[in-house]
Ligand binder design. Structure first.
Ligand code: DAT
Ligand code: MG
Length: 136
């Protein structure tokens, strides 16, 4: 059994898609073990996205994540780390496959790619680190 951190990012919360996104996660059979609405501080986001520091999209990404609350979810399930990333679709909503959260619900008309609705941890190491950051 694995755990992962899922975030419904500020665009997903602002567009009122939290329920639809959580419904897809639950329909897949994953278990919501904890859930909270978070107004993150810059320091939390800089740590969360530490691997991207120095990249050109880092600052716009952090600013976007500061633009409103996110819903943080602690999920459990068999192979949930790769399973959720598969459900989310690839990073860019324009090319994310239909049937995925980003592919079906992500807006792709001229919006920056960081507005892609969800985050999911990408390894056991990052899920442990990220769950500690968002849930303490
Ligand atoms: P993912 O969220 O699919 O794990 P990532 O970890 O590579 O993607 O990047 C984190 C976020 O940063 C991603 O959700 C959107 C944004 N991002 C990634 N690559 C980008 C790029 N080339 N230009 C703008 N934003 C980008
Ligand atoms: Mg990532």
């Amino acid at each position: 059994m694995q755990h992962t951190l899922v975030l419904v990012k500020p665009d997903g919360v602002a567009r009122g898609l939290t329920g639809r996104i959580l419904a897809r996660i639950e329909a897949k059979g994953y278990v919501i073990e904890d859930l909270r609405l978070v107004h993150p501080e810059r320091a939390l986001l800089e740590e969360h996205y530490a691997e991207h520091q120095g990249k050109p999209f880092f600052e716009p990404l952090v600013e976007f994540m500061l633009s409103g609350p996110s819903v943080a979810v602690r999920l459990s399930g068999d192979r949930v780390i790769e399973g959720f990333r598969s459900l989310a679709g690839t990073t860019d909503p324009t090319t994310a496959a239909p049937g995925t959260i980003r592919g079906d619900l992500g807006r792709d008309w001229g919006l920056p790619v960081q507005q892609n609705l969800v985050h999911g941890s990408d390894s056991e190491e990052s899920s442990a680190r990220e769950l500690a950051l968002w849930f303490g």
